[in-house]
Design a protein around this ligand. Structure first.
Ligand SMILES: C[S@@+](CC[C@H](N)C(=O)[O-])C[C@H]1O[C@@H](n2cnc3c(N)ncnc32)[C@H](O)[C@@H]1O
Length: 280
């Protein structure tokens, strides 16, 4: 029993050292990500890489930058899709669009945008609502490899069936095929969808306020953070939103148990759409 406990304790220590090494060498701070998430992802990479233990992995992280790049992809989890949770986009049309219609100009920030599917979904929605020309859209992620993919807007053709179905369920008004051209195994999104989008690197842990926004999307990112970091990032969003601005979270995320619960009014609680109160 003692041996077992000591083994687990050593393993925890090694994981801490890997996280610390990543911070010191590459500047990415994962110390406040949920420990269960970090452990699962490191376990996954350990099994794939063939290292015998975390000690070997620590050495590799420090000495081999391309190994770190792989690990960064593991730790950042980039799973996404177009019109993910279609009922959410339906709620965006119903609750946020009528407010945006009253503005001559507005800003939208997609924080943790991954490979861009969420951003282009919003661009399509805004185009169909006749609002795209009034928008400035910021798409950010801390993972530069994934951000490059987002800029390209090229996706595997075999994902299109699901994207099309999501688009229709989300209340899409046209034919989804109007928005891309097929090219061998890929589809290339219509270039004009990018007209209003600025892609840029931004780390929610270390970087500050990004500008005054009318809408912030940060979907399926906070789920990987511990409570303290969630509070800090929500505070950053609160500071970045104009009064009456909207915050959109992912389906498994909520502000209910955070310090910011009073600062936002739930607009569509099931869809995790919140509105910054004008006054507290
Ligand atoms: C699961 S994806 C979510 C993508 C998209 N928002 C969606 O809901 O489909 C999580 C994204 O958060 C990004 N991410 C994780 N930690 C981050 C941080 N500290 N700063 C910025 N982006 C981060 C990851 O690189 C990844 O692209």
């Amino acid at each position: 029993m003692k041996h077992n406990n000591e083994y687990l304790e050593n393993e925890r220590l090694m994981i801490k050292l890997i996280i610390e090494a990543i911070h010191l060498k590459y500047g990415y701070d994962f110390s406040q990500y949920s420990p269960a998430h970090t452990k699962r992802r490191l376990e996954h990479r350990l099994a794939l890489s063939g290292f015998e233990n975390y000690g070997q992995m620590l050495h590799e992280v420090i000495t081999n930058e391309s190994f770190f790049d792989e690990l960064l992809l593991d730790l950042s989890i980039n799973v996404t899709e177009m019109f993910r949770d279609p009922w959410f986009y339906k709620a965006v049309r119903e609750t946020i669009v009528p407010h945006l219609e009253t503005y001559p100009f507005f800003k939208v920030w997609h924080a943790g945008c991954s490979a861009g599917q969420e951003v282009y979904s919003m661009c399509i929605l805004l185009e169909e609502e006749g609002l795209k020309d009034r928008a400035q859209i910021y798409a950010t992620d801390f993972n530069s490899l994934i951000l490059d993919k987002a800029k390209q807007g090229i996706y595997p053709a075999d994902a299109i069936r699901e994207y099309t179905s999501n688009y229709q369920k989300a209340g899409g008004k046209e034919s989804f095929s109007d928005y891309y051209t097929a090219h061998y195994e890929n589809v290339i999104l219509k270039k004009s969808l990018k007209d209003k989008v600025l892609f840029s690197s931004h780390n929610l842990v270390t970087d500050g306020v990004f500008g005054e926004m009318n809408v912030i999307f940060c979907r399926n990112v906070l789920i990987y953070f511990n409570r303290d970091l969630q509070n800090r990032v929500l505070k950053l969003f609160h500071e970045s939103l104009c009064p009456g601005g909207f915050l959109c979270l992912g389906s498994k995320e909520s502000i209910t148990f955070t310090d910011l619960v009073e600062a936002f009014e739930p607009v569509a609680p099931r869809e995790k759409i919140y509105r910054k109160r004008r006054q507290l």
